[in-house]
Design a binder for this molecule. Structure first.
Ligand SMILES: C[S@@+](CC[C@H](N)C(=O)[O-])C[C@H]1O[C@@H](n2cnc3c(N)ncnc32)[C@H](O)[C@@H]1O
Length: 506
């Protein structure tokens, strides 16, 4: 949670504090740090408190003293800030999804803009003079068109809201632990709670139609009493649920991930099929998953064989539109979760790219190819790279539907594809490179290969300003200038901020 988890601040020698783990102190929060934690200064040392906001006086418990900075957990709000408003959701402060619902939206976006400026100024690993100039390149943030009900995808876990265990025959040779699981339900894991879930009764971030689908799933659970998966004993069937909706098409998907073999699923299929007769469900899918973790790893997703995916209704994907383009969304492909804000994001990328129609463009970490397909009309050729095999299949289907002939896709890790098939000096020389990596940022080999292609422009789309700042340092040291950074809010009520940055060859 700290501001230093992805990249350490540079160029500052800080004092240290003698505070010990477990010690309680009262602090006045002064500002928002990277990742959204509230920051106070205690005896010259920054203290980061997750969930705290500027102006609050909070009692905290020290969890880590790293010398140069401290992490602390909120115990109690001693006094509120004048900015605070009533959060809309009854789960606020418990579920961990929204951390800023008690802040007016105009304050949230100002804090996000400030996070971007501060991170670039303090974290980018370049000379102090350059570092200090970077925040001046940050434009005013573009707000989200909707601040509630903006998400087109909901992922939930089936589980128990409480779990009790007792040791049976503790003295005897048959001693064993027995679990008494209570309240099978569906919800989110609260921060730090991997076994139990917080049942979700309302969530204001999701599209209202998705909330209606969820209510149906709950009725279905109630009717059938199918056993939910227990992550401690690894018994049970229902594991996770994914609901997706095409905001512009109205198509909806329900995908159950279950621990069960097809023959065991036969009786379930009948229920699901019956359930799938509900109107407006375009795609109903059941995926078999026997791994220990609920979350399918990226290699797990790539290795899912067709025989583990059972399509009960409709095609195995739904359609969504951005502008006049239609995209194929299968359950495990990445697609921007805030459809209306995604259109703003893509317009920003196109403006910044300012293509003449003659460029060869690389869309690196392309997902289902949405950025590349949007840019293809302004370019001579677009090449996409993506490691998720399902996303590549979706990209190929969409490019066909959209009748785009000047795009091709490479399936594989960007660091491998750019060192082999698309290495500098090979088949293509990229004029413009768009990168949109996951939160971890760019692999070193990807930076090296992009520098080898020596594009006129690198457009860096980031959902994690700390790793963007780290990677930015490499481009600044190798002949690129930061022309501008456009922050956008795709995730209201959370501390996440998206940025589009233009790096131009100097
Ligand atoms: C933030 S998403 C961006 C997707 C897309 N550009 C969009 O706008 O929808 C990052 C994408 O990178 C993919 N990815 C993750 N690691 C990768 C890697 N090493 N090489 C290529 N793609 C990767 C993920 O599967 C995901 O689709």
């Amino acid at each position: 949670m700290s501001s230093t988890s992805d990249a350490d601040p540079v160029g500052s020698q800080r004092p240290s504090s003698g505070l010990k783990q477990g010690q309680e102190i009262v602090l006045k929060i002064e500002k928002i740090a990277a990742q959204g934690a509230g920051m106070a200064i205690h005896e010259g040392v920054p203290v980061f408190v997750q969930g705290a906001i500027p102006g609050q006086k909070v009692r905290v418990c020290i969890t880590k003293n790293k010398g140069g900075y401290i992490e602390a957990k909120m115990r109690k709000i001693e006094s509120k800030t004048v900015d605070e408003i009533m959060p809309r959701c009854k789960h606020f402060a418990k579920c961990g999804g929204c951390i800023w619902q008690h802040l007016p939206y105009n304050k949230q976006i100002l804090y996000k803009e400030q996070i971007v400026k501060d991170t670039l100024e303090h974290v980018t690993p370049v000379d102090e003079n350059i570092r200090k100039s970077l925040s001046g390149r940050v434009l005013s943030i573009i707000p989200s068109p909707q601040i509630f009900n903006y998400r087109n995808k909901l992922e939930l876990t089936f589980g128990y809201s409480s779990m009790r265990s007792e040791t049976v025959d503790p003295q005897g040779s048959e001693s064993k632990c027995v679990y008494f699981d209570e309240n099978p339900s569906i919800g989110f894991h609260q921060p730090g709670q991997w076994a139990t879930i917080l049942p979700v009764e309302e969530c204001h971030l999701y599209d209202e139609q998705i909330t209606a689908l969820l209510a149906e799933v709950k009725r279905f659970m109630e009717r059938t009493k199918l056993p939910v998966y227990n992550p401690k004993t690894h018994k049970g069937m229902l594991r996770t649920l994914l609901l997706r909706r095409g905001i512009h098409t109205g198509e909806q998907m329900i995908c159950f991930v279950v621990q069960a073999k097809k023959r065991e699923l036969e009786p379930l299929f009948q229920h699901f099929t019956k359930f799938g007769q509900l109107p407006n469900i375009s795609s109903l899918i059941v995926v078999e998953h026997f791994g220990r973790n609920d979350t399918l790893s990226s290699s797990g997703i790539n290795n899912l064989s067709k025989k583990n995916i059972h399509v009960l209704k409709g095609p195995p994907s739904i359609k969504e539109r951005l502008f006049d383009l239609e995209f194929n969304l299968s359950p495990f492909s990445f697609f921007q979760t805030n459809t209306l804000a995604a259109e703003k994001l893509y317009q920003t990328i196109a403006q910044v790219a300012d293509l003449s129609g003659r460029e060869i463009v690389l869309d690196c970490y392309c997902g289902l190819g949405s950025i590349g397909q949007y840019l293809s009309r302004f370019s001579e050729k677009v090449v996409g790279i993506e490691s998720n095999a399902h996303a590549i299949e979706d990209a190929l289907v969409s490019a066909g539907t959209n009748k785009i002939a000047n795009i091709s896709f490479y399936k594989g890790a960007a660091e491998h594809v750019l060192s082999k098939q698309l290495a500098p000096g090979g088949k293509y020389k990229f004029d413009v490179v768009v990168v949109d990596p996951p939160r971890a940022g760019l692999h070193k080999k990807v930076v090296e290969s992009i520098l080898g292609h020596s594009p006129e422009k690198v457009i860096y789309v980031s959902c994690n300003t700390s790793t963007f700042a780290r990677d930015l340092g490499e481009f600044l040291k190798n002949g690129y200038e930061l022309r501008m950074v456009q922050p956008l809010d795709l995730f209201p009520h959370t501390a996440h901020v998206e940025t589009v940055a233009l790096l131009q060859k100097s």
